[in-house]
Design a protein around this ligand. Structure first.
Ligand SMILES: *Cc1c(COP(=O)(O)O)cnc(C)c1O
Length: 233
């Protein structure tokens, strides 16, 4: 637990330093500890050390862990297939990977049925229009946003993006600037879209905070390197 307390303190000070450089208040930035591949046993110590906001990218993996960690709350940060949407609504407090009107409608209906309304979601945007990345094309999001915003059982916290694979944190900066600009523009058109900006991971979260991130998703910097394995995790 002491190791996790130290890791948490380090991440929070990275955030605080980035806030100081940008003239922001550190209280406006939330640390999400991305716990994919980390066994529930280790997570117990992390939660005890104050890392109680956890992120998973697979519904199936979360299904095994969530019941074992009653003190935590959970964000889904990975792609969501429609056949897993019901389980996702039951397990997660926030879904960060909404990237189609179909998925939004389905989550809205399930949140109502399962008594989980309002379900907090982020709309995931592929701001770089990178073919390897999931997320809404910005123009398509703009077109569908009025319909998504009208869904009664969803609360639109804001926008989320996964930065492109970059050699340096600095190379990710334009992605973060684009997401912030898009958020401002879309909120001018649709006031029901919240101001949240989920952006920044281990390699670039300081830069993301400088550019306005309100939530950073940090895995390896807290839990260490993940075992090398399947499909880009
Ligand atoms: C794995 C993952 C993270 C965390 O990545 P790290 O490099 O370990 O900080 C953040 N966001 C998403 C969507 C992820 O899949």
């Amino acid at each position: 637990m002491a190791a996790f307390a130290a890791a948490r303190a380090r991440a929070l000070s990275t955030i605080a330093e980035a806030c100081a450089r940008a003239g922001r208040n550190p209280e406006d930035v939330t640390l999400l500890a991305v716990s994919k591949t980390v066994p529930a046993e280790r997570l117990r110590a992390a939660v005890a050390a104050g890392l109680a906001l956890l992120g998973e990218n697979r519904v199936q993996e979360a299904e095994a862990k969530v019941p074992l960690l009653p003190g935590a709350s959970w964000h889904l940060v990975g792609p969501l297939q429609s056949n897993k949407a019901r389980r996702a609504v039951e397990l997660f407090d926030v879904v960060e990977s909404v990237d189609s009107l179909d998925l939004a409608r389905r989550l809205d209906r399930l949140a109502g049925e399962l008594g989980r309304a309002p379900l907090h979601v982020y709309l995931q945007v592929n701001v770089d229009r990178d073919e390897a990345k999931a997320g809404y094309d910005p123009a398509r999001l703009q077109a569908e946003l009025p319909e998504i915003a009208a869904l009664p059982n969803l609360s639109l916290v804001g926008l989320m993006t996964v930065g492109r694979l970059a050699a340096t944190a600095e190379e990710a900066r334009p992605t973060f600037v684009r997401l912030r600009d898009l958020s401002e523009r879309l909120r001018g058109l649709e006031p029901r879209l919240g101001p949240g900006l989920s952006m920044g991971m281990t390699s670039d979260y300081a830069v993301a905070v400088e550019e306005g991130a309100t939530l950073v998703r940090v895995g390896r910097d807290i839990f260490g390197e993940r075992p090398p394995l399947q499909s880009g995790r």
